[in-house]
Design a protein around this ligand. Structure first.
Ligand code: SF4
Ligand code: ZN
Length: 375
């Protein structure tokens, strides 16, 4: 639920008014997670995603402070436990157990619906240590109980001091606890340069360098390890943003190759997105529920104000005004994907092997090698 503060106050004060503890995941108006030590300015809207009531509530049946009745319940929709999340689109309050069950059920449904996994698959989970990949690791561990497949974690350290270090430490700790084998690769070892060093050279579009070079490592390492799939933590918000970006940038072919490569190539390891039908906020709540520590200085210092950021912002406000917008965009994406794919299937598209590194490429030299030679 969203709450606009009537005066400048600390988040802890606001939470106190609501009768909840500071153990909450919160999202500010621009979609960034904020720490409980934050100050809320007058009129700024704070969205509470995950919360815990201060027990006991003075009057358990009555909403306190800023709570609106629809957003308030002292019990879960499925049991008598205290809820921790409110799903507005379903008008449901859920306790940790029932939220977790619903989340994992939806992950399983997406895996089935998009035919992402088959029994015995070897899956490399791209684990950056951020909330999405952390949630993905946990959800896949849960799914593994009913659909046996093998799984290892693949972590890429781009070399961004103060940003990736903590996430990578968390990722290592969690892999140990879950007894999941983890492989860590660094830009320094694989590409000879870190992102921080590439940034010093004054490159524009640093995120393009980072994305292309990260994917290059993930694909080649997954293949070397004999993986059948690479799982990535893209959520519903990412899918809706990607759909809009494909339209804005006039790149319709990208619709077709979102789910699987347009051209099959044994060197290209298919990527799967088990969280693709789940909203980002729920992914954050699920990660939080499993002990993910988010960092208040969470943002990459090299993040540019990319077009994706504006699209994300616009989609969030559309979703507020017209709930279900993101799901509808994602469904249109699926429909368009099938149509575009059909329309190109007879064209003889071919992937070559990069003359520098041997990775699959549509050009003589792959994008990664072009970027590297440019540094
Ligand atoms: Fe890389 Fe850009 Fe993400 Fe930073 S924000 S990690 S530079 S893709
Ligand atoms: Zn290459």
């Amino acid at each position: 639920m969203k709450i606009a503060s009537s005066s400048e106050m600390s988040l802890i004060e606001l939470l106190h008014e609501l009768g909840i503890t500071a153990e909450a995941v919160l999202v500010s108006i621009d979609g960034k997670l904020i720490p409980e030590t934050a100050t809320i300015h007058e009129g700024q809207e704070v969205e509470i995603i995950y919360y815990k009531h201060v027990p006991p509530l003075s009057s358990p049946q009555e909403p306190r402070g800023h709570w609106k009745r629809a957003e308030y319940s002292s019990t879960c929709a499925n049991c008598q436990s205290a809820p921790v999340i409110y799903l507005a689109y379903a008008n449901q309050h859920l306790c940790p157990k029932h939220f977790k069950e619903l989340f994992e059920k939806r992950v399983k449904r997406s895996i089935r619906e998009y035919n992402m996994l088959t029994k015995g698959d070897r899956v490399g989970v791209a684990l950056s240590g951020g909330k999405d990949s952390y949630a993905l690791l946990h959800a896949l561990s849960a799914v593994k109980e009913s659909l046996p497949f093998e799984m290892v974690a693949l972590t890429v350290d781009e070399g961004i001091p103060g940003y990736r270090d903590k996430a990578i430490q968390n990722a290592k700790k969690r892999c140990k606890e879950l007894e999941i084998q983890q492989h860590v690769y660094t830009f320094r070892e694989e590409h000879g340069k870190t992102i921080a060093e590439i940034a010093k050279e004054g490159k524009e579009n640093l995120c393009s360098y980072c994305g292309v070079l990260r994917r290059k490592i993930l694909n080649s390492k997954a293949r070397e390890l004999g993986m059948d799939k690479v799982a990535i933590g893209h959520n519903l918000d990412d899918v809706a943003q990607t759909a809009m970006l494909n339209l804005i940038r006039n790149e319709p072919l990208r619709f077709a190759r979102f789910n699987e490569p347009l051209i099959e190539n044994e060197k290209l390891i298919p990527r799967i997105r088990p969280l693709r039908d789940i909203r980002e906020k729920e992914v954050a709540a699920y990660a939080f529920l499993h002990g993910h520590e988010y960092d208040s200085g969470c943002c990459c210092p090299h993040a540019t104000s990319a077009l994706r950021w504006s699209v994300r912002h616009e989609l969030n406000s559309l979703e507020d005004q017209y709930p279900g917008t993101k799901s509808k965009i994602a469904s249109s994406f699926n429909t368009l994907q099938a149509i575009v794919k059909d329309s190109v299937k007879d064209k003889k598209l071919k992937l070559k092997e990069c003359s520098e590194c041997g990775e699959p490429s549509s050009d003589e030299v792959c994008m990664g090698c072009k970027m590297l030679s440019d540094l």
